[in-house]
Design a protein around this ligand. Structure first.
Ligand SMILES: NC(=O)c1ccc[n+]([C@@H]2O[C@H](COP(=O)([O-])OP(=O)(O)OC[C@H]3O[C@@H](n4cnc5c(N)ncnc54)[C@H](OP(=O)(O)O)[C@@H]3O)[C@@H](O)[C@H]2O)c1
Length: 294
């Protein structure tokens, strides 16, 4: 348990303070989440992060956002050539990013990924963003056992097991954060997306459970639920003018979203500035899910 304290002072690499009873308490570096200066509240300097699925779309934007805030970021994807291109781009931008080829739906590859992370970051991880995911439209009556397994293993199994594997590293870092990338489909019913939506609904609940179970280890868990965001994943939908017109009408802000409008929200949830936000699902959808007029 985090010692109950009032009056916390940062002294070098340790935090010390007085308990409610007036007794002096000292916590290891990072055990307190409150940053003293505005600069520290809005910085990820000297932190480490793993973002799954960072070569495209929302994950790519998250990698860049976290790295610009000062984090050393590790990412992964299944396509080695694309990962190499991204790593070269980030190196040219002076961002600290490393990568592994990994299919997050594979238990063996997940373990190997976490071994890489452990070795590169010397056993300490501050941030895990469970972003890698996939989706496709299919009526419930047409969903095959293979479709079901692919969605569950890529979206949900990966997020659960990577969180489990990351737990010792997150705990060892002193200040841990997990952000799940779910979806607005976890909150509303949309036909042809039943299994995808089920994986995302489960992620929302996993967020709440971890927020309670791992707070004692100084690990927060939050979730970002995007609406329709223009990425390669939904490119076919974006090319369908009828779909875009219909959706645009439902979204109070009058347009689909962009990946770099999701990434800053994820970064906020990892920053010391949000240190009292825990177990929340933050919807980033231009108001789509609150629109009673649509
Ligand atoms: N775009 C949207 O409208 C939207 C809305 C709500 C939620 N989301 C969620 O946001 C997340 C990112 O979506 P996105 O739209 O950015 O998708 P995207 O454009 O398809 O990018 C997905 C990224 O994840 C990687 N990836 C996919 N499957 C993987 C696997 N099995 N193992 C490792 N990496 C994998 C991809 O690289 P490789 O294919 O090379 O492996 C790519 O880097 C997903 O969880 C998605 O469900 C998206």
């Amino acid at each position: 348990m985090v010692p109950e304290t009032r009056c916390l002072v940062m002294t070098g690499r340790k935090f010390s303070g007085l308990s409610a009873e007036g007794e002096e308490k000292t916590m290891e570096d990072g055990a307190d989440r409150r940053a003293n200066s505005r600069e520290d509240r809005w910085s990820l300097r000297a932190t480490t992060a793993l973002v799954t699925g960072g070569t495209k779309g929302i994950g790519h934007a998250i990698v860049e956002e976290l790295a610009r805030f000062g984090a050393a970021v590790h990412t992964c994807s299944r396509n080695e050539a694309e990962l190499s291109r991204c790593l070269q781009r980030w190196e040219a931008m002076n961002l600290k990013v490393t990568g592994s080829v990994c299919d997050v739906s594979s238990p063996v590859e997940r373990e190997k990924l976490m071994e890489d992370v452990k070795s590169i970051f010397h056993g300490k991880l501050n941030i895990l963003v469970n972003n890698a995911g996939t989706g496709f439209q299919s009526r419930v009556t047409d969903v095959t056992p293979e479709d079901y397994k692919l969605l569950m293993s890529t979206n949900l199994d990966s997020a659960f097991h990577l969180s489990q594997l990351a737990h010792p590293l997150l705990k060892a870092s002193g200040i841990g954060n997990i952000v799940f990338i779910s979806s607005m489909t976890s909150l509303i019913g949309i036909d042809t997306l039943a299994v995808y939506a089920a994986t995302k609904g489960a992620m929302n609940q996993l967020t709440r459970s971890l927020a309670c179970e791992w707070a004692k280890d100084n690990i927060r868990a939050n979730c970002v639920a995007p609406g329709y965001i223009r990425t390669p994943l939904i490119e076919p939908l974006c090319e369908n003018e009828e779909f875009v017109a219909k959706e645009t009408n439902r979204i109070p802000l009058g347009r689909l979203g962009e990946a770099d409008e999701v990434a800053p929200v994820v970064a906020f949830l990892c920053l010391p500035a949000s240190c009292y936000v825990n177990g929340q699902v933050v919807v980033v959808d231009g108001g789509r899910t609150v629109n009673g007029n649509a």
